[in-house]
Ligand binder design. Sequence first.
Ligand code: PRX
Length: 629
Amino acid sequence: MTASRALHARSLSDPAGFWAEQAARIDWETPFERVLDDSRPPFARWFVGGRTNICHNAIDRHLSARADQRALVYVSTETDTERTYTYRELHDEVTRMAATLQGLGVQRGDRVLIYMPMIPEAMFAMLACTRIGAVHSVVFGGFASVSLAARIDDAKPRVIVSADAGSRAGKVVPYKPLLDEAIRLAGHHPEKVLLVDRKLAEMPLVSGRDQDYAAWRDKVAGQAVPCVWMESSEPSYVLYTSGTTGKPKGVQRDTGGYAVALATSMENIFCGKPGDTMFTASDIGWVVGHSYIVYGPLLAGMTTVMYEGTPIRPDGAILWKIVEQYGVNIMFSAPTAIRVLKKQDPALLKRHDLSSLRLLFLAGEPLDEPTARWIQGGIGKPVVDNYWQTESGWPIIAIQRGVEALPPKLGSPGVPAYGYDLRIVDEVTGEECPPNTKGVVAIDYPLPPGCMSTVWGDDDRFIRTYWSAVPNRQCYSTFDWGIRDEDGYVFILGRTDDVINVAGHRLGTREIEESLSSHPGVAEVAVVGVQDALKGQVAMGFCIARDAGRTATEADRMAFEGELMKTVEQQLGAVARPARVFFVNALPKTRSGKLLRRAIQAVAEGRDPGDLTTIEDPTALEQVKESLA
Ligand code: PRX
């Protein structure tokens, strides 16, 4: 048996023993009484009774051995800023932010919503929350007011931390007006808004509510803020993600299980050692940023690189320049970023000394073979695909390089990671599929430490959504299709639900449909994900106008399409804007009125729509085809 298979087998045959050993990777103020409480499936509580604190383990614990080691390197090509923070300096900054939040009334268990660009203060705010036992909810800066308002209403934050503006490809993106609009739209109102002024845009303060962080930072200097010891199952954060309905789900993460899982993954999967430097080119608004920009590297005593900018500004060598300059050992990015680089001069890959770099990890969307080969050849380093989700918090399938360098198979992220009882199951019977047969990628109960503990504020939705999708089996559905080959390698074959993946960003087509439908000129709409060479997928809308006059001529259609795109951009953010909106007189539906999104998608991708026996009006599909022509 290979080493990773042996580790996997042991983690499942003796979960208590396995995870108790792993738990020794972090400090516990009070030891846990039980490794796993599985008395209330599908819920699982890990390290029951143990008390710990993530911020303590990420920062304070390292002060004795590595106070002067770099903890954070910050690079922004948007503002031409480079700054480094040692563990001692990071401790000071996080303490100041924590004292400020306490000064604003934040207490253990309160939610703090973080809507910020990629600046160090965003990371300080996250760590400050875990330090004082507040639950952070980071909302991706690319989302606009309606998305933000929905998250404010669900998380009900006491305080929101934000900034004047972000910057994207050299263009300032003001945050403050979007935030003000979101608070206006929301039913829940935060007591205070803490603002970091980057001096990029106007930042008018609402008197009594808005607070300037610079003043607070000075005021609280020198104030000690002890870590609040949390019971292992107490929430550390909520991160919203898209699903089948228009309403985003708050993925709730625990404290102890998450810290242990991340610390374990840093060694077993990412091959990270204390003192190493990790550069994860993602955003703190996504789970990859939570786990592998902020928490994972710091828990492991590493240096983390936080980057604000695109992979091609000032030129397509910027990522490699950062690797050379800061001696990056481990890099993590998404296939889309590599596909963007592929359009640049390949000589850029050779311009910098990459000798420090050991491995490049890629996740978030399928890694196509040409892209994998191109980058692996170009930089001459192993590329490690890994598959996981916001819900899992850390890789579910990977070549676990810290355990052994199992030979990769192109097109497969690898084999199930320790802790995951992964099954490929038949969606009708719930039975396990034989090798090389397509089924739903599922995880049998219980989920390992670090995975979501519930949907924030809605245990019932956790059960209904994730644990009821596959019949006759107590398993968690990933909502991905997959197959497992005879060697145990898993191949991911796309989502089973209406989630699409645009440039590694997970979006719900229903959210986009709801936004388009809010335009008074729209009678009906369907949004599907369509394959795209660069972004993996893009969203396309098919829309029935209320008034045929709006789509009479080509010019009318273009104007209306532009208006609809703007609606989505204003409500949800540019990240969710469809690539195209087409107009039709009818949408393909079943006789019972269900939209045939899959058939629309197939036609849009030039594929055979398959079985159409349930379609009510076959000409509707013809119209979709014609609209695309
Ligand atoms: O469909 C799978 C796809 O991205 C989804 C999860 O997205 P998100 O919640 O944003 O978390 C990303 C964490 C890396 C999955 O359900 N996905 C993620 N990684 C891969 C992938 N599809 C194929 N290959 C991957 N390596």
